[in-house]
Design a protein around this ligand. Sequence first.
Ligand code: WTA
Length: 654
Amino acid sequence: MDDGADVELAAWLENRTTFEPPASFVEQANVTDPDIYEAFEENWPDCWERAADLLDWRRQWDTVLDDSDAPQYEWFADGQLNAAENCIDRHVEAGRKNQAAIRWVGKRGETETYTYGDLKRETEAFAAALRDLGVGEDDLVTLYLPMIPELPIAMLACARIGAPHSVVFAGFSANALETRMRNAEASYLVTCDGYYRRGDALNHKGKADRAVRNLDWDVETVVVDRLGGGLPHSLGDGQYDYGTLVDDYWGESVEPVVRDAEDDLFVMYTSGTTGEPKAVRHTTGGYLAQAAWTSHAVLDIKPDDTYWCSADIGWITGHSYIVYGPLALGSTTVIYEETPDYPEKSRIWELIERYEVSVFYTAPTAIRAFMKWGKEHPDEHDLSSLRLLGTVGESINPKAWKWYYEHIGNESCPIVDTWWQTETGGMMITTLPGVSTMKPGSAGQPLPGIDAKVVGEDGEKVDPGEAGYLVVDRPWPGMLRGLAGSDERFVDEYWQPFSDPDDGEWVYFSGDSAKVDEDGYITLLGRVDDVIPLGDFRIGAMEIESAIVGVKGIAEAAVVTTGSELLAYVSTERGYTGDAVLRRRVVDAVEDDIGEVAVPDHVVFAPELPKTRSGKIMRRLLEDIATGEELGDISALRNPETVGELRARLAGET
Ligand code: WTA
């Protein structure tokens, strides 16, 4: 295409606000019936049987929803199944043992393919090993692994024997791992010796050892040899070589443990408004049903597809849409260990071409980076295998949406902008790609059967165009079943704000603000609490702040985001100055307490942080200063003079 036509197309795209799904997509889509919304509504909650029917059950359920103990809802409660059996065995039994289940691409360009047959043998061997190490049904196993095949294998081995897993993101620090293991009283850990990043080998086991050393109970640790140099012959007490275990147990068959639908499949730690991370509980039946159903209806995954979600398995997106959803449907899932621009910026597109990926699911922050790197990278590759594109994690601005649509999707792939959370387990608000009109920037309507709406402080729906709080009125199968060890916090954080328990009315509060248009399309506006979405996952501002104020000489800290960068405003105690040494200590403290992922891009030292007369730090104002927004009236501040000072320091810093 010549440059003139390119400019013309860009201008045309720029002004377009709605897009219809391409006919070529609709013709082959899994869900195409526009009446599905009404059909679900009329038949609620039994409509959700359509999701559960995508799975194989050992015992059929009688009751779809039990709401007698709300908000402790139960779904398909008297049904029984095993998640690993649904993700592996049934595909093998259907004669598909040679189909690729996982295509793994490692950081050094290594590739490995696991067929469903391979996956069955390897998970069974590891399940047998775990069982012999003493892991029983309902014993929690912590998995602290990077994006290597052993991570999904360990998850599925746990699922096979009915042991809930708790995956801790590999980029988290020793302290963060320790907090999570302590909170869960975890006695089993699977980790690795190290892993590569941009060619360098990182010592991962050192972090795992530090965490375990601080626990005052015994932990059995399995270590994967990821660096490839072999593990030391003697690993230390209670430590086992994954490779040796799998060899020893190779060929053993392990019957999948029959689980009740409401038995836990996993816990996933996530951030809230306080410093203490929350252990979100997900169950076997409802979670898996929603993950499979949304993979089918929204991601349009078919068994023959090679599908790629670029998230990390350490977050909920990877759990639901790299592992459980795509494998439950028997498709091929790509697992990519490296960052998207290494060893070169066309890596992702090269792999899409090589594996003929048909569905690609990523985060807007990645798309913005792709845009910055330039369209020449995708242009170099044949991306015609792509049929559908998706995004998750934050709102996608229309400009990025259109770039994705044009340069990656070649204007022939619908885009699904999917809103959901760790707590919801699966997608909640997005378009059905074979049915709905798309509006760049807006996630879309709630999915069929999902009762999400935007309400004011009073809990009443707001008018179209007005901002309000995003709530979900009726339960859904993939919803969290609670926070491990904290029933009170479960009710306080999610239910108390908009429910009327005396009237038996329970309304789930998402923590997000949103607005809705005349067609019922929901546009997300951001968090209303101090939780910061960072693309693939989220972190509580408070968690980072408490790490920072732990540094000697620091008085106060407030962390905000501009959308693309993380900033920490930090005030010092008398006698200390915000110099390079203190800055280093701040960075080290965040790295030690949480991990490198949460280190602020900028640390702005200030004599004082702006506060209200009642002494509350004005975060919104700090955000506006960071983004360079027009500031409103600041005369009501206790210390308005700090504002000019902060601006000057930020200008010096950035
Ligand atoms: C944000 C990730 C706008 C939101 C699956 C939510 C989004 C938080 C979108 C959950 C989207 C997620 N548009 N915002 N499509 N998807 N979010 O638990 O603030 O890591 O509450 O789950 O990410 O983050 P979490």
